[in-house]
Design a protein around this ligand. Structure first.
Ligand code: SF4
Length: 382
């Protein structure tokens, strides 16, 4: 009976979470009600506190073939190659007492940050929840850090494990070791038992590829055995190791679809629309650059460590970007979103040509893909 109540509560929390997630899409995009969504975020911030994404490390030691960090693209661009400094983290937390949750993972591996133990301890002292829900590879972690995750109640760790055996895992997580990751998960569980703590909550993120789809059931069973929530994820680069058996993935993947495109056509909304982060959980780079969302590697909106969070978020360009991703304003060259695939494929195609938008639309025509044809049609009519 006890178990039943617990699983019922879990399902209830999941339902509320899903409803909130769906409603943010609805409020922002379907009904174009950014004002209402702004108020919803303000209400949430006033009750449970605000959230930001502040990357602890853009450096990674693995060589995953479809990742722009591993391919060196990020290193040469806006993201750069470096670690969040403890002094910057401390100052940020002290200057922004309303921020109660910080997601610290994005492009790199947080466990490579040499000051991570200080960051974890300080966040705990200040009552700030830390998460790495975006993903960690958990290959190289000291025993001290594994213990600190439990001791200082790190909230949630999503571990990227795309396989249920080393032979499969290493095909994508190149330079990584499946056995080492399993060992580290078991060490965390050991400390959780020792401290009698449910934290960090652990999830097993499994990106579904053609080369690992057959291991979905085994990985799911292993995750359950390790007390991890199993979270399959649809691949964002389907051309890399394409799905082999679509029916099987529809059944075993848990989405009833085999790709992000299929998801969008069945559910009538994008699999992922990170633009909402501009409102509810803005992304900040390790060096303080305000990026707005976790996808943006094209440009920044000022520096939070220099101008303050509020200052950077109230800049003309940041406010314009919000209107632009809603399709309420036309594309503008100085807004990073103009170079983003999400904007080009999901948003630009929906923009209706207002009088005088011809030049703005022309700026987009070079972008390519199916959007190009759509924009050409619009320009003919403009
Ligand atoms: S359009 Fe792209 S870069 Fe801009 S907010 Fe959306 S996901 Fe981020």
């Amino acid at each position: 009976m006890k178990m039943d109540l617990r699983s019922l509560r879990k399902r209830g929390v999941r339902l509320v979470h899903d409803l909130l997630l769906d409603s943010r899409y609805t409020l922002l995009y379907d009904h174009r009600m950014p004002g209402l969504y702004d108020r919803m975020v303000a209400m949430k911030n006033a009750t449970v506190g605000g959230m930001v994404r502040l990357e602890a490390s853009s450096v990674c030691q693995l060589r995953c073939p479809a990742c722009s960090t591993a391919r060196g693209k990020n290193r040469r661009g806006v993201i750069g190659w470096g670690f969040l400094k403890f002094a910057d983290f401390q100052k940020f937390v002290e200057e922004n007492p309303a921020i109660r949750t910080i997601e610290i993972s994005n492009w790199g591996e947080v466990f490579l940050n040499p000051e991570l133990n200080d960051i974890i301890r300080f966040a705990h002292e200040k009552g700030v929840l830390l998460k790495a829900a975006n993903g960690v590879n958990l290959n190289n972690v000291s025993d001290e850090t594994l213990e600190n995750l439990v001791k200082y109640q790190f909230n949630h760790l999503s571990v990227s494990i795309d396989g249920a055996s080393h032979d499969t895992y290493k095909l994508y997580r190149r330079k990584g070791s499946f056995n080492q990751v399993m060992r580290n998960v078991r060490r965390i569980n050991h400390f959780k038992e020792q401290y009698n703590s449910p934290f960090p909550k652990l999830s097993w993120q499994f990106v579904i590829f053609g080369h690992n789809e057959h291991e979905l059931p085994t990985a799911r069973a292993m995750a359950a055995e390790l007390g991890m929530e199993f979270r399959p994820k649809l691949n964002h680069t389907p051309e890399h190791s394409p799905i082999r058996d679509k029916e099987y993935v529809r059944r075993e993947g848990g989405f009833k679809v085999a790709s992000r495109d299929e998801f969008a056509s069945v559910r009538r909304r994008a699999y992922s629309r990170p633009c909402t982060q501009l409102w509810d959980s803005p992304q900040i780079n390790w060096d303080g650059k305000l990026l707005g969302c976790c996808v943006n590697k094209f440009g920044d909106f000022g520096n939070v460590f220099e101008e303050g969070l509020e200052g950077a978020m109230n800049s003309e360009r940041y406010l314009y970007a919000k209107a632009m991703v809603l399709g309420l304003r036309g594309p503008r060259e100085d807004i990073p979103c103009i170079r983003c695939k999400v904007y080009r494929t999901q948003i630009a195609g929906e923009i209706s040509p207002e009088p005088g938008t011809k030049e703005k639309l022309e700026a987009l025509v070079h972008i390519g893909g199916h959007v190009r044809e759509k924009l050409k049609e619009l320009l003919k009519g403009g």
